[in-house]
Design a protein around this ligand. Sequence first.
Ligand SMILES: [Zn+2]
Length: 306
Amino acid sequence: MRFFTIKQLIIAALFCLAAIAAAVFVLLDIKKREEFKDNPPQSQKTETIDTSAQIETSPEPRREIIGFSVQKREIESYIFGAGQNLLVFIGGIHGGYEWNSVLLAYEFIDYFQTNPKLIPENLSIAVIPALNPDGLFKITGKAGRFAAGDVAAGTNEAGRFNANKVDLNRNFDCNWQVKGVWRQKEVSAGTAAFSEPESAAIRDYILRNKPAAIVFWHSQSNAVYGSMCNTEMPAETRAILNAYAKASGYPAKDTFDQYQVSGDATDWLASIGVPAITVELKTHENIEWPQNLAGVQSLLEYYAKK
Ligand SMILES: [Zn+2]
């Protein structure tokens, strides 16, 4: 009987191992293909998910890019709930000058993501955290999420405007004028109403989605203002102005009366029949969470009955 040499035995063992490894690989691959078929990975799914079946199984908000800034930064919207009536909350139209309004919006995105059941069945919520991402970038040095610690020291006034140095809240189509006023200063209101990509993006978003109501977060006048365009304030606007003011504790005011404002976003909304309020936080630094949570809850209750 012929004995195998050690070399032959090692080669045979290696062949066996290779055969076992190949078999395991084939089995694992078949299993992976089956799993993929049943449950494709996240990256294979579309980013804006729009069927109610998927909303129920996923607590993630749908993220939509509604447009781009002058410097091509994304303007994002995060959508929660599947009801017919849409409430829209917008932070940061005044960019880095009012960066706390952006942090407040991000806090609400996290809150609705953790507590999706708090949204009444007949409602959807869209949060647009930063309508002026270029102005925000000037002050935070970041696109998207940032922390209070990223904010440059100083008054941050330069971050109020977009990259064309336009005050976006003077660029809407109600009493638009080429020169706007901010405090005692003259500011650019753009070359025409909606000349800026940021204001055009939110105009198109609103005309496309026809929201039930809109809230703009600003800082720091410590008040809630209604909106109107050369008419009396509509009853529903007054109702939500009073609801938010009462719940939050910010004083209710009909209109901003410290100086003449032209081309205001909420006044344009009044002109097309969309109830809208401006919420001015009390400070430039804090998100004033309990006040604004109570204010937003008051609007959810108001619209849950509609
Ligand atoms: Zn502002």
